[in-house]
Design a protein around this ligand. Structure first.
Ligand code: PXG
Length: 465
C-alpha cells in the first residue's frame, strides 16, 4: 500500500520516535521495538515479518465478525462517498444514524427504545454519568449524586471512565476517582470466597456489599450502580449466577438506577445480544462500543431504557451534552452493516448453542494441565488461572508470587507461537471472534496447550516451580 512499505526496523524506529502508545511504558517499548501488525483476515493477523497469528482477543475484544468482512467494508466505502460526515447537533440527522438507532432498539431488550451515540466506550460512560445525574436532577433529587462501581472494573480511560473503573493503579495517576464515585469489591470467588462456600451463596453475599455501601453513603444520595456483566479487562471474572439478580433486587429496593456496561459483553459475546440477558437482569442504561462495529471504526454510546428516557424527553428540555461524532454517519453505516451481518450469520445463536458450548468443553478441559487451577468460559470469553500447585483435597491451589509476573511469561510463549492471548495477573484470557469455527477452536486449544507446556518447562528451568 503506498506510504506503508517500510521495513520492520524502519516502522519501529518511527514508532519509537513519534507514537506514544496507550497503557505503555514508552521508554521500555522504544528499547524493545513494537510488533508491527499489517493485515487481518477472518480470525488471523499477519505481522510485518509475515508471521501468521491466531487472534484469540478479537483485536481488543471488538472484532466480533472477524477481519475483512466485505459487507462492512462496502458499507463504509459507500457512506464515505455519499456523506463522509455531518453532525447531529442543530436539529439535523443523517440516515445511517437513524437506521442504526432503530436497529439497536430492535436487538435490545424491549425497554430500550433510545440511544445516545458517542465515539467510544469511555465517552459512553462519561455520558452515563451525565445522564444519571441529569435524571435525578429532573426528579427533584439532585442530592442523588453518588455512583457505585466495583474495584477491578474497567469502564474506560477518560476522567469519568477511569473513575468509574476500579483500577487502583489508574486512580493513582491523576488524582482519581473524581468526587461522587465509590467502589465495592468484585464478585471474584478466588479472591473473596470462603473455604467451602457454595458459589451461589458467595454471589449473594458479594451482591450484598452493594447494600452495605448504599447504607453507608445514604440511600437518598445514591444515583446508580454500574457493572460489567462479566468483568473483561479485570481478567474475565465470571460472577456466580446468583449475583446479578440480587444486585437488581437491591437497586430496585432503593430505587437506584442500574447500569450495565456492555462494551465487551454486548453484541453476542456471551451468547446473547447483551450480557444482562445472559445473567437475567434488566438494567436502566447500557453502555456499548467495540462490537457494535466489530471495531472496524470507532463508535460507542448509551442505550437508554424507558424509565430514564421518559423523564429526559418529557421533562428534560435541552440536555447539554454531546460529541462532534455523536451519530457519525460512516461509523453508524458500518454499525448497521455489522449488526445485520451478525444476524445473517446467526452468530448470537451459534455462540449460545453450538460453538460456545463446544469452546466451553474444550477450553475447560485445560483445567487438567499442571499449571492451571481453573479454566472457565462464558460464551466466547474465557480465562485460565495459572498456579504454582493445584488444589489437592482440602488444600487450595497455591498461587505464584505476583512479583514473578508468570502471566507475562506465558504471554511471551503465546506470542512466540503465533497466538494472541492476554495476561491479567495470573489469569490468561481469551475473547475470540464470534465467527470462530469448531475446527478453529481445536486449533486454539491445541495452541494454548502447547504454550502452557512451554511455560511450565520455562518456569521449571527458572526454578520458580
Ligand atoms: N467499558 C468496558 C467494559 C471496557 O472493556 C471501555 C468501557 C472503554 O472503551 P473505549 O472504547 O473507550 O476503550 C472498555 C474498554 C484490555 C483493554 O486491556 C480493555 C478495554 C480497553 C483497552 C484495553 O483488556 N476495554
Amino acid at each position: 500500500m503506498p506510504g506503508f512499505e517500510h521495513s520492520t526496523q524502519e516502522w519501529q524506529r518511527l514508532d519509537a520516535a513519534h507514537f506514544l502508545h496507550p497503557f505503555t511504558d514508552f521508554q521500555a517499548l522504544a528499547a524493545k521495538g513494537s510488533r508491527v501488525i499489517t493485515r487481518g483476515e477472518n480470525i488471523y493477523l499477519w505481522d510485518s515479518e509475515g508471521h501468521k497469528i491466531f487472534d484469540a482477543m478479537s483485536g481488543l475484544w471488538c472484532v466480533n465478525v472477524g477481519y475483512g468482512q466485505p459487507a462492512l467494508i462496502e458499507a463504509a466505502t459507500a457512506q464515505l462517498s455519499t456523506l463522509a460526515f455531518y453532525n447531529a447537533f442543530f436539529q439535523t440527522t443523517t440516515p445511517p444514524a437513524v437506521a442504526l438507532a432503530h436497529k439497536l432498539a430492535q436487538v435490545s431488550p424491549p425497554s430500550f427504545q433510545h440511544v445516545f451515540f458517542s465515539g467510544s466506550g469511555s465517552e459512553g460512560n462519561d455520558t452515563v454519568v451525565r445522564l444519571v445525574r441529569r435524571y435525578w436532577d429532573l426528579q427533584g433529587q439532585p442530592q442523588r449524586h453518588t455512583i457505585i462501581s466495583r474495584f477491578n472494573a474497567y469502564h474506560g480511560s477518560t476522567m469519568a471512565g477511569a473513575s468509574l473503573g476500579g483500577m487502583t493503579d489508574m486512580h493513582a495517576q491523576g488524582g482519581l476517582p473524581i468526587p461522587g464515585i465509590v467502589h465495592i469489591d468484585q464478585p471474584y470467588y478466588v479472591q473473596h470466597g470462603r473455604p467451602g462456600e457454595d458459589r451461589d451463596d458467595f454471589g449473594v453475599r458479594a451482591a450484598q456489599w452493594l447494600e452495605a455501601k448504599i447504607l453507608e453513603v445514604g440511600p437518598d444520595k445514591v444515583a446508580a450502580f454500574i457493572g460489567e456483566p462479566v468483568q473483561g479487562a479485570g481478567g474475565v471474572i465470571i460472577p456466580p449466577d446468583s449475583y446479578w439478580p440480587e444486585i437488581q433486587r437491591i437497586c430496585r429496593k432503593y430505587g437506584i438506577l442500574l447500569v450495565s456496561d456492555e462494551v465487551i459483553c454486548g453484541f453476542g459475546r456471551t451468547g446473547h445480544w447483551f450480557g444482562c440477558e445472559r445473567f437475567g437482569f434488566e438494567p436502566d442504561l447500557m453502555t456499548f462500543a467495540k462490537g457494535v462495529t466489530s471495531g472496524y471504526i470507532p463508535l460507542g454510546g448509551v442505550l437508554v431504557g424507558e424509565r430514564v428516557a421518559r423523564v429526559l424527553i418529557e421533562q428534560g428540555g435541552e440536555f447539554a451534552h454531546g460529541y462532534t461524532y455523536s451519530g457519525h454517519p460512516v461509523a453508524c453505516a458500518v454499525g448497521l452493516a455489522n449488526l445485520e451481518l451478525i444476524e445473517r450469520l446467526g452468530l448470537v445463536e451459534q455462540v449460545h448453542s453450538d460453538t460456545g458450548p463446544y469452546l466451553a468443553a474444550q477450553f475447560e478441559a485445560l483445567a487438567a494441565h499442571p499449571l492451571v487451577a481453573e479454566a472457565e468460559t462464558c460464551g466466547f470469553m474465557g480465562a485460565i488461572r495459572l498456579v504454582k500447585r493445584k488444589a489437592q483435597g482440602d488444600a487450595p491451589a497455591e498461587p505464584f508470587d505476583p512479583k514473578l509476573s508468570v502471566g507475562m511469561v506465558c504471554r511471551g510463549h503465546c506470542f512466540g507461537n503465533g497466538l494472541i492471548m492476554r495476561a491479567v495477573g495470573d489469569r490468561m484470557i481469551i475473547a475470540p471472534p464470534l465467527v470462530m469455527t469448531r475446527a478453529q477452536i481445536d486449533e486454539l486449544v491445541g495452541l494454548i496447550r502447547r504454550c502452557l507446556d512451554l511455560t511450565l518447562a520455562d518456569l521449571q528451568a527458572r526454578g520458580w516451580i
